[in-house]
Write a protein that binds this ligand. Structure first.
Ligand SMILES: [Zn+2]
Length: 221
């Protein structure tokens, strides 16, 4: 299977973010890994899937690592200390405290955020899957309840609609709630220790069989 690089963007620290096309002509499904640099398993899982993929009905697009600067530094935020999942230009975006959820100096002020917004506008995905850690839940925004329930069945993680608390500038609010694009936030078990990690820690290899089943479903639904 040939993977085509559709778009590339250099970050503040000179690392590359890529959008890859794994083929297929049906619905467009965009999967995004490593929104948060201290949640590394998404990159591992996407790269392994791309090595193993054979054929797909739906068009599968991937950003294996949205936040390479954060990944290399082991930080949640990017090189500017911005939580990318609080930097989207939602109606409720606001300047926030400079803690680990810092939403940046301005909405869509970060290179990674702009890159992703352009992709959403140019490729118009029918469904977006983002890979996070460590809460073991299937979160969803927008019209994604049915798919979230199916992914919950596959993974054994419970489903939650993200309406519990406000998350200004979040990707789910931007795409799911304000643009009605189904967004699934798949929170895997933790693969590294952190203050939020709910024990036990699992290896990325152990998460692989869950992820592979999720993708096999999304490739054909
Ligand atoms: Zn996360």
């Amino acid at each position: 299977m040939i993977k085509t690089v559709l778009e590339q963007q250099k970050t503040v620290n000179g690392n590359e973010i890529s959008l890859l096309d794994a083929g297929g002509t049906g619905k467009t499904i965009l999967t995004i890994g490593v929104f948060h640099g201290d949640e590394p398993s998404g990159k591992y899982l996407i790269e392994k899937y791309l090595k193993n993929i054979k054929k797909t009905k739906n068009r599968l697009l991937f950003i294996p690592c949205l936040n390479p600067d954060g990944l290399f530094a082991g930080t949640r935020g990017n090189a500017n200390g911005v939580d990318l999942n609080r930097n989207f230009p939602t109606k409720n975006w606001q300047l926030s405290e400079k803690n680990k959820y810092f939403g940046g100096e301005s909405p869509a002020g970060e290179i990674e955020t702009k890159f992703l917004i352009n992709i959403i506008e140019n490729y118009r995905p029918d469904l977006i899957l983002t890979l996070h850690e460590p809460y073991r839940i299937v979160n969803y925004d927008g019209p994604a309840q049915d798919i979230a329930e199916k992914i919950s069945e596959i993974t054994g993680y419970k489903t939650e609609e993200s309406i519990g608390y406000p998350t200004p500038g979040s990707f789910g609010t931007y795409c799911g709630i304000e643009r009605h694009i189904p967004v699934i936030t798949l929170e895997f078990a933790p693969t590294i220790e952190s203050e939020d990690a709910v024990l036990p820690i699992e290896t990325p290899e152990k998460l692989w069989c869950l992820y592979e089943k999720v993708m096999n479903f999304l490739a054909e639904f």
